[in-house]
Design a protein around this ligand. Structure first.
Ligand code: SF4
Length: 351
């Protein structure tokens, strides 16, 4: 279970695909310090094992009470990781302090193999150099590091070069985030389904020998592709279940993931802006377990179209955020996947 908390919308960058449409100043209704502490104290209501807390933004470093909030999460026994923006606020001292306060992982974004490519997406020159410097610091301080890379029509051709670059660093995980056109992301082009499938075939082959875990975000159909490859290589169902690649299968927007915005709104994911409550007035765990939308998202048999009929829908289930962005229906088919399920609605219609 992962709880993503957008601590603030404030950020010094102006990324072209920003979900949060981050701005220089915090939202006027941002959760106060007391409200933030009260929200953190709700998280243990999920029970054991406690959810993992991922601090996002905006730029979490813009919260003046960041370390107090991290300490409170630690006191509650919650494991915390953070995704800071690569601005001049990020320094080796900041990383050392985050580690000292018990942060267990850092996430950084790297969207291009060169300064030109990365900075053109991030909107601020110098961000590429800062990111690489931050990657070195994380390695020196032995802070587990996840690198997030945007996958869009613009960035896809550069991904092999990004992979070669990452091999020079101490990385725990490389997560390929398949663009969802919300917020400022609307200016970039998503990959068509056929191209995404080709890319995922490449990711699967790459993952076999990569010196770090290679995973996807908002592209759960990668799980179906990985399973198809593993089956064709002769692996049994039990082998697949035990494989490190199978970690996280079944988790998707609203199922194993919940998002809390800077103003306390509860959504199934950061990229699925369907507000189902607010931590100021609702219990997060109750919304997650009982709100009608969350209940539907937990149960893939409620999905429509191919994702509803698909034999992989328990492990995959498609990106609910992309389905919502494309159709306004969070239960619709994920348009990134053109797999025809064995009992696809279109086949049955034709029959
Ligand atoms: S049809 Fe939906 S559930 Fe099936 S593999 Fe594609 S995205 Fe996943």
């Amino acid at each position: 279970m992962n709880v993503y908390w957008e601590m603030t919308q404030a950020c010094g960058l102006a990324c072209r695909h920003c979900r949060a449409e981050a701005m220089p100043q915090p939202h006027p209704r941002e959760l106060s310090h007391e409200e933030s502490m009260a929200f953190l104290r709700q998280i243990p209501e999920f029970g054991q094992p406690l959810p993992q807390l991922i601090l996002t933004g905006g730029d979490p470093l813009r919260r003046p009470d960041l370390y107090e909030l991290i300490d409170e999460a630690g006191r509650l026994g919650i494991s915390t990781s953070i995704t800071p923006a690569a601005t001049s606020m990020l320094s080796r001292e900041v990383f050392a302090k985050l580690k000292e306060h018990g942060v267990e992982g850092i996430g950084l974004s790297l969207d291009g193999s060169t300064a030109d490519r990365h900075d053109s997406i991030r909107g601020v020159p110098g961000t590429y150099d800062r990111t690489l410097q931050a990657m070195r610091w994380a390695g020196e301080l032995e802070l587990p590091l996840q690198i997030n890379t945007l996958v869009s029509a613009e960035t896809a051709p550069d991904l092999p070069a990004v992979f070669e670059l990452l091999k020079q660093f101490r990385i725990a995980r490389w997560s390929l985030f398949f663009l969802i056109s919300v917020g400022r992301g609307k200016v970039l082009q998503p990959l068509p389904a056929a191209k995404a499938e080709e890319l995922m075939d490449w990711v699967y082959e790459l993952s076999k020998d990569a010196p770090f875990i290679v995973a996807t975000t908002e592209a759960p159909s990668y799980r179906r592709i990985a399973i198809q490859h593993m089956k064709s290589e002769g692996l049994t169902g039990e082998d697949i279940r035990r494989s490190p690649s199978a970690r996280g299968f079944g988790i998707r927007d609203g199922n194993g993931i919940v998002f809390v915005s800077s103003t306390g709104d509860i959504c199934p994911a950061g990229f699925l802006p369907q507000v189902t409550g607010n931590v100021r007035t609702d219990r997060l765990v109750e919304v997650y377990r009982s709100a009608p939308l969350f209940k539907q998202l937990h149960d893939p048999s409620t999905f429509h179209g191919n994702c509803g009929a698909c034999e992989y829908h328990t492990l995959c289930g498609g990106s609910r955020a992309r389905a919502y962005e494309a159709t306004g229906d969070a239960l619709a088919t994920d348009p990134l996947c053109d797999y025809e399920p064995r009992h696809s609605p279109s086949k049955e219609h034709a029959a």
